[in-house]
Ligand binder design. Structure first.
Ligand code: NIG
Ligand code: FE
Length: 414
């Protein structure tokens, strides 16, 4: 089956010359191609054809995108979209001055979402998650990561991962489930960290990988969650089972999570709002992706990660919504792109690289998606804009015209 995406105004290829990520200055080069069309064969990018040679091309189907702009399918690499309940009360408490960590210490925060998830059935959680996935797809997202982390018991973590995995069967986009059992210590293990660590490492980690529920482990390494020693223990056990590792770190405190992550060559470190000069330098020299989450800073009214200095020092930077009910109740990657411009002074080109190829690298999907290069998946986000900067400038609007996954239109604006 051959298809042609015909005659767009621009194709932003985010070409990497086969390197599959961008660091430092490279983020600024997004490779803008004019007068070309994209030939797809069996869901894979076969060729980028100059429009002057289109008469030599035969295709079974033509998707006419005249005057539109084609980007690689967007990659949303960090969400906690599988949850139940609302934390609006806590949102307003924080606006009155209570801190996130105080609320968590008092059994609110993550723990309150855990209660809601434990009280919800598998079917209820499916019904809550489905419209959220549809929403992400309507934004041009073709690869979506979703973490567990609101079950925090053997039964409820597996339930959440099964809910996330359910959608892999019914959706064309790539859904990447991540096991975040190490989110915080649940109340029943508040005074028995060893007991919870044993549950995670001896029971959940082996069960989850064996039953194909997730290949990724995420750990919240913070003074209010898992300390350095506990984080390292989980990393070591997870590595033995061949998991790919990511960590949430440096959101509120710098306790050494970045150095630990680099030592273990983890895929990404996410958050980084509180980060010192040495940590920036070390990260910038590593292969670990710095996933920045300006939505969490905006929603929680806290400081932003130093994107400029990370990029200027040569780091591999990605962006994501961190969509979750407590610190970033923002299900809008385009808004995050605008926040990155306004509050983190990232350029439009750096932002585009950060939600495509570098986000794909954080998910270890960079060999197959994240840029428009021959032999990669035919994953595209097509925007109804005159200039790609308009996607960022028109704050809060969804200007996606079409989402294409493996050559198939999976969303079209009506
Ligand atoms: O990435 N801080 C840890 N995890 C999430 C928040 C989850 C929550 O508050 O429910 C985050 O910000
Ligand atoms: Fe998060």
């Amino acid at each position: 089956m051959r298809k042609l995406i015909k005659n767009p105004a621009l194709i932003i290829t985010v070409d990497t010359n086969g390197k599959n990520f961008k660091r430092g200055k490279e983020l600024s080069n997004i490779s803008v191609l004019t007068n070309h069309s994209i030939l797809i064969e069996n869901g894979i990018i076969k060729d980028l054809v100059p429009n002057s040679s289109l008469n030599k091309i035969s295709a079974d189907e033509v998707i006419d995108v005249k005057d539109k702009i084609v980007l690689p399918g967007l990659v949303e690499c960090h969400t906690h979209a599988a949850f139940a309940g609302s934390r609006s009360i806590e949102f307003f408490q924080r606006l009155k001055g209570a801190s996130y960590e105080e609320i968590l210490q008092n059994g609110g925060g993550i723990i309150s979402t855990v209660q809601s998830v434990r009280n919800s059935s598998y079917d209820e959680l499916i019904n809550l998650l489905q419209p959220k996935i549809d929403n992400f797809i309507s934004q041009g997202i073709t690869t979506l990561e979703i973490k567990s982390g609101y079950g925090l018991s053997y039964y409820d973590e597996i339930k959440l991962l099964q809910v996330i995995n359910h959608f892999k069967k019914f959706y064309k986009i790539d859904i990447i489930p991540t096991f975040l059992g190490a989110h915080v210590f649940p109340l029943e293990y508040k005074n028995d960290h060893e007991g919870y660590l044993n549950l995670l490492t001896d029971e959940l980690l082996p069960y989850i990988i064996k039953n194909n529920l997730s290949e990724f482990v995420d750990i919240y390494c913070e003074s209010s969650a898992f300390n350095l020693k506990e984080t390292e223990l989980i990393i070591s056990k997870a590595k033995k089972l061949n998991y790919k590792i990511r960590i949430h770190t440096n959101q509120f405190n710098s306790i050494g999570g970045i150095q630990l992550a680099i030592k273990h060559k983890v895929l990404s470190v996410d958050h980084l709002e509180v980060i010192n000069e040495n940590e920036i330098n070390d990260l910038a020299e590593s292969e670990t992706v710095a996933v920045l989450l300006p939505g969490a800073s905006f929603f929680s009214n806290t400081n932003y990660a130093p994107a400029r200095s990370l990029i200027d020092k040569n780091a591999i930077v990605a962006l994501s919504t961190d969509y979750n009910p407590g610190t970033s109740n923002i299900i809008n990657l385009h808004l995050i792109m605008s926040l990155a411009a306004i509050y983190m002074k990232m350029t439009a080109e750096e932002i585009i690289s950060s939600v495509t190829i570098n986000a794909a690298k954080a998910l270890s999907m960079d060999q197959i998606t994240g840029s428009i290069e021959i032999n990669k998946l035919a994953d595209f986000a097509i925007f109804d804009v005159k200039d790609y900067k308009d996607i960022i400038y028109n704050i809060g609007q969804n200007l996606t015209l079409m989402t294409i996954k493996k050559g198939e239109i999976i969303y079209q604006k009506t």
